[in-house]
Write a protein that binds this ligand. Sequence first.
Ligand SMILES: Nc1ncnc2c1ncn2[C@@H]1O[C@H](COP(=O)(O)OP(=O)(O)OP(=O)(O)O)[C@@H](O)[C@H]1O
Ligand SMILES: O=P(O)(O)OC[C@H]1O[C@H](OP(=O)(O)OP(=O)(O)O)[C@H](O)[C@@H]1O
Ligand SMILES: [Mg+2]
Length: 285
Amino acid sequence: MSKLRLAIQKNGRLSEKSLKLLEECGIKISNGTRKLKSVSSNFPLEILFLRDDDIPQYVEQGVADIGIIGLNEVLEQKKNIAVVQKLGFAQCRLSLAIPKEETYSGIQYFENKKVATSYPEILSSFFKEKNINVQIEKIGGSVEIAPGIGLSDGIFDIISTGSTLLTNGLKEVETVLESEAVLISSENLSNENQEILKKLLFRINAVKEASESKYILLNAPNENLEKIINLLPGMKSPTVLPLAENGWSSIHSVIKEDKFWDVIENLKKEGAQGILVLEIEKMIL
Ligand SMILES: Nc1ncnc2c1ncn2[C@@H]1O[C@H](COP(=O)(O)OP(=O)(O)OP(=O)(O)O)[C@@H](O)[C@H]1O
Ligand SMILES: O=P(O)(O)OC[C@H]1O[C@H](OP(=O)(O)OP(=O)(O)O)[C@H](O)[C@@H]1O
Ligand SMILES: [Mg+2]
């Protein structure tokens, strides 16, 4: 039977979360510490542990069928591969930053300036589109140090919390790209492997949906039931059960994580009590 080959980062910011995603999908792998290849015992998947920068190339060549990698790397490398699914982790942005004491007047600031980056392709496309002439200095890492040592006027790099910028006396002035981990795929998958990928995507979506939602239980006075139900659309519609105490009902529903605090406030305004919020492990829509 055919096995789908998945390439994930061996060591780095994507490694742990990629393995966790597989685990949440119920896919067991024996991950020997120094092994570069592993096979799942309960899903037709083989895992290759590689350097993340090499993954797009291996997927393009068909050495791996699919891979997990930052969108930033996919866009930088411009390989012939398909992005099949955003994975909701390793969120970061690629931004331009300059020394904090500089006055930033707008994108024209960069005209004839030198910018250091590990992402020259993304950056040159950006400036080309804006019709701005910039000298790009490609460096492999520790980009934030470049202005301080006289290598460049500004930088273009990954930002998440902003603490690396802060410690290096820089300020973010333009965001060019929002990135997160994505699942990429070869454009030439066999029919059998396409079927396995579909099964994997089904599981990934169930895990993703669940992580973006919460299960909520609460007690509501019957006179406000309708208003409270309208605040909780749920998957189909909320479950309503009578409580032992007269005039009260118990409501069960699912809400999106990003709406959570607004909804809770409004529920309380309508007299909801005993609100419980629970994690959901898997969610099939
Ligand atoms: N600070 C961050 N916060 C969130 N995601 C990040 C952050 N830094 C990097 N990433 C994402 O994780 C991916 C892998 O980053 P990681 O630091 O492991 O490797 P790298 O920086 O590409 O390579 P190397 O470690 O060899 O310099 C990046 O391509 C990006 O998508
Ligand atoms: O905004 P922050 O939360 O400070 O994160 C941004 C930093 O994180 C990444 O570096 P990383 O720590 O991965 O080091 P690396 O240079 O070894 O990749 C990135 O290259 C930035 O330097
Ligand atoms: Mg890094």
